[in-house]
Design a protein around this ligand. Structure first.
Ligand code: ZN
Length: 238
């Protein structure tokens, strides 16, 4: 094996294992980002271990409790800031900013429109309405079917899955979906829940006991914020 090939091999393995620059829950339950410990400390943050799924040893969940943006300045994802966001003061990618407010800042969206029952099955439409009613303002948009035939690689192909978009845009990370995902778990009977995915973790009532999201089974890194379910909650229905 040539040296260049070998280097490429190890690079791709590392990419599979790490969800670098994606969200995590860090010290004190704060919104954090999975980055190298050296990048975190140079940005004035602190890391904890075990909060970034399948992370290599040098990638950990980094948080920064205070930053200079008013009296309540704190580092969080811009989509979750209830005040004004300032750049260049926090560890991680550009979307991790210094928020002037301590308020959660989740959601605040107009009610999404629901698909008609048809290609999207009644169990999914009803489940979507129930979740949105329970969490007003938290879901920006809903997707049900995809351009694929049933049975396919996803429950979306059969109109029996809903993506609840809960950040400011596709590909925009948020911590908001955890409560929605745990609500789906707790209302599994009412929803006819098959499984729920949030934040690179999955919960399935046929194999998992009821537990909080950080204890759900972790999934492989699929490569980006959307595919790792950091901008939407996926719910599959029976
Ligand atoms: Zn989905």
């Amino acid at each position: 094996m040539h040296l260049a090939t070998l280097a490429l091999f190890f690079t791709s393995v590392a990419n599979v294992m790490a969800a670098t620059n994606e969200p995590c829950i860090g010290s004190g339950g704060r919104a954090g980002v999975c980055i190298t410990t050296s990048a975190c400390s140079s940005a004035g943050g602190v890391t904890i271990s075990g909060a970034c799924p399948a992370d290599p040893a040098n990638v950990k969940c980094c948080t920064k409790a205070t930053c200079a943006n008013g009296s309540a300045g704190n580092c969080r994802w811009q989509s979750d800031c209830g005040g004004t966001s300032a750049s260049g003061l926090c560890p991680g990618p550009a979307q991790m900013k210094c928020c002037s407010s301590a308020a959660t800042g989740f959601g605040g969206y107009s009610a999404p429109s629901f698909p008609a029952v048809g290609a999207c099955k009644a169990v999914a439409v009803n489940g979507a309405k129930a979740l949105v009613a329970a969490w007003p303002g938290r879901v920006r948009q809903i997707y049900c079917t995809r351009d694929c035939s049933c049975p396919g690689t996803s429950d979306h192909c059969c109109g029996k899955a809903i993506d609840f978009m809960c950040s400011d845009g596709g590909g925009v990370p948020t911590m908001s979906g955890r409560q929605l995902a745990e609500w789906a778990m707790n209302n599994r009977a009412k929803l006819n829940l098959k499984y729920v995915i949030w934040g690179q973790r999955i919960w399935n009532p046929s194999v998992d006991g009821v537990k909080s999201w950080p204890s759900w089974r972790s999934m492989k890194d699929r490569g980006d914020v959307t595919q790792n379910h950091w901008d939407h909650v996926h719910v599959s229905f029976k």
